[in-house]
Design a protein around this ligand. Sequence first.
Ligand code: BG6
Length: 282
Amino acid sequence: MPAQEENKVVTLTHASGSSVKVSLFGATVISWIAKDEERLFVSQNAILDGSKAIRGGIPLVFPIFGTKSHIALPQHGFARNSYWDYLGVLTDNDEVKVRFGLKDNQLTKEQRQAWSHSFRLTYTVTLTATSLKTFLTVKNEDSDTMEFNTLLHTYFRVKDVAQVSVLGLKSLTFADKVANGETSIESRDAVTVAGEVDRVYQNAPDHLQVNTDNQGHQILIHKEGMKDTVVWNPWIEKAKGMGDFGDEEYHNMICVEVGSVAQWVQLKSGQTWQGGQTLAVV
Ligand code: BG6
């Protein structure tokens, strides 16, 4: 079987040997193996019992990014903290595809009070030999326009973050969350990490490249419908402050997160929004 559910985790396998695991908690992708290597970082201290968002993989941020003073939801919203429905598998040509769903009636009373919209989220995860596509659709089933942010908080696994660079962000305006949200223009062709990084690059191009080491290994990111890109590494002090992240693990990860977060997405009643990413191993 190309997809199997066990203990609230759906595992997809592809004839080539690639595989992906998705936890129904948050519809969080928690493993992606391509060309015999794990490509995603999940902390050794990640909590996997559904009591906290999973520290690693691809948590799905919706309907807020960070916190918002006027919306009483936890940081990054409820999608990564909710159990999603598994909607089944499709195989097509050279790909295996599974879908997950979340509706407003699956939220807690507190969550619905904090964000009182009728909506339907569908998340599709598609695996090929060398790529992983994660794609979200949001249907507004309310009578009014709804506003939301969303982001795919991808944690890439790397051997040494000092060797990593992200290409495609030059000349973009970014809000620097390490400097109280101050905005600047990126001057570098290759964005590297040598300290805490938490930057929201606005209106990023749809093609980005992550050099995962200095030996030519790359993951290409192709985003669709997502406007912005966040680059995050907590570095030494923040790593120590996170209970579900090892003190030294900041060396082994970089988050490059595509999303629409700098501005609200406005979605009219009855309409559907779509966005996502394809990650390809080179
Ligand atoms: C990033 C944010 O997307 O997520 C950071 O830009 C934040 O500010 C990070 O620290 C992790 O968030 P959390 O809620 O998973 O600890």
